[in-house]
Ligand binder design. Structure first.
Ligand code: EPZ
Length: 421
């Protein structure tokens, strides 16, 4: 297990390029199960969750390889194994997104039911409800979801749940519906850019999807899909993390390959705080004021403020001049970073799904423990601005979702060392 040693007090300065989006690439990889023809994917980031997904795909009869230009080739060569085992699924919850494609293409899928994780219970009832509505028979056996069908039938499906829609649930149902007989209409679909990106790949494969990126997605089923080429969208959460890291260190950073149009809520909130994020010749430039103003924020489904940037924003607000309220509406228990930030001298009080953050003059370096991907990113950002040295333990969490994060930050003037624990 590795840890990061982070000397604090740096000011990030320079240029960084944003990688392809992990959360777009994962359902896109699963979508390639819908065809026996080869697919070529550009900008799939090289990180632990993607490698875990490729391992699962390998067991599902898929050949995968990267060429010298980093293009990932995906080719289904054997459709006889449709079991995503618990040992692999428990490592990465997003493996649930093979369920819809396997069911639609092979007529049978056995996928271990993902468990909870550090950010909460994370049920998959909406995924199953959607697939049942398409005519799948779904049973549970030994902790596995077993889904079977003859041919899926298009229908109207409502995918709203107690916390809004479901991103991977929408991906699963939309992917499965591409091969259904007739037309499917998903109401209350997730509107995240990652869903639109998946639909772009599926349409390039010959699917007929309209409205992806809006709450109503219509899918006209087709007999079969073919191979395709696709470039994954830039990672809006990685970009947001770098923007927040630049802001908290009072830095001056230019981001390449950054889609600011996917970050409206973040840019808008940061303007309230005193951080300017401007578009400039296809790049995003971040500059922040010395004094940061407090603000109130509620996480919401896209296009609202993303839950995946809540922890990193909290680090920033720890240093604002006054009280901020952060309410988590997607995963109400996603506050594992609070206790660690307190160890660094932050002043945060939890009240149910809300954290009241009272700004302090400085954070102080300390040994802290990463608990999930985004919480770890928040602690790294805190380490950069803290007085003294911070040790972030268990950085395997951060390796799941950020490509070479310490190298990219070091390129901007940080001096993070990765050390084996
Ligand atoms: C995706 O998870 C992302 N993961 C998460 O990113 C992200 O935090 C989340 O969407 C919300 O934006 C990937 O894309 C791989 P949901 P997903 O289903 O799709 C409830 C990261 O750090 N719900 O949209 O699994 C659920 O409990 C991660 O990169 C049900 O009730 O999230 C939550 O409250 C972590 N029933 C809400 O819906 C269901 O069947 C939204 O979850 C499914 C979800």
């Amino acid at each position: 297990m590795d840890k990061f040693i982070i000397p604090g007090g740096v000011r990030l300065k320079g240029e960084v390029s944003i990688s392809g989006a992990k959360n777009a690439a994962l359902p896109i990889l699963a979508g390639c199960l819908l065809t026996e023809e080869p697919c070529s994917l550009r900008a799939v980031p090289d990180l632990a969750d993607i490698r875990a997904m490729l391992e699962i795909m390998g067991e599902l009869g898929v050949d995968t390889s990267r060429d010298d230009d980093g293009v990932l080739k995906i080719h289904v060569t054997d459709e006889s194994h449709s079991h995503a085992r618990y040992d692999l699924v428990r490592k990465m919850r997003a493996s649930i997104c093979v369920l819809g494609p396997l069911l639609a293409k092979r007529g049978y899928a056995r996928v271990s039911m993902p468990g909870g994780c550090a950010i909460g219970a994370r049920p998959v009832d909406l995924h199953l409800r959607g697939l049942r509505a398409l005519g799948a028979k779904i049973e549970l056996d030994g902790g596995d979801i077993i889904a079977t069908r003859d041919r899926l039938q298009g229908t109207e499906i409502f995918l709203g749940g107690p916390f809004g829609s479901t991103v991977l649930g929408t991906a699963n149902v939309m992917s499965a519906a591409t091969l259904a007989e007739g037309t499917t209409m998903i109401e209350s679909a997730a509107c995240e850019p990652e869903i639109e990106d998946l639909a772009d790949l599926l349409n390039a494969m010959g699917a007929k999807i309209r409205g992806a990126g809006t709450p109503r997605v219509t899918i006209e089923g087709v007999e079969q899909l073919s191979g395709a080429e696709h470039t994954v969208i830039p990672d809006r959460i990685e970009a947001g993390t770098f923007i927040l890291a630049a802001a908290v260190t009072n830095g001056d950073v230019t981001l390449h390959n950054c889609r600011l149009d996917h970050l409206h809520a973040v840019v808008d909130k940061l303007r309230d705080v005193g951080v300017a994020v401007e578009k400039h010749n296809g790049t995003a430039v971040v500059a922040s004021a010395r004094r940061l103003c407090p603000t109130d924020v509620t996480t919401q489904p896209y296009p609202g403020f993303p839950t995946d940037l809540q922890a990193q924003l909290m680090t920033l607000l720890c240093l604002a001049d006054g009280n901020s309220a952060i309410t988590e509406k997607i995963f109400p228990d996603r506050f594992m970073h609070v206790a660690e930030l307190l160890r660094m001298g932050a002043n945060i009080r939890k009240e149910g799904p809300t954290a009241i953050v009272t700004g302090v003059r400085e954070l102080i370096g300390a040994p802290v423990m990463a608990s999930d991907l985004r919480a770890s990113a928040a602690l790294v950002v805190a380490g950069l601005v803290a007085r003294g040295e911070t040790e972030v333990r268990r950085v395997y969490h951060i390796d799941r979702g950020y490509e070479h994060i310490e190298k990219k930050l070091n390129q901007l003037g940080a001096n993070i060392q990765r050390v084996a624990e």
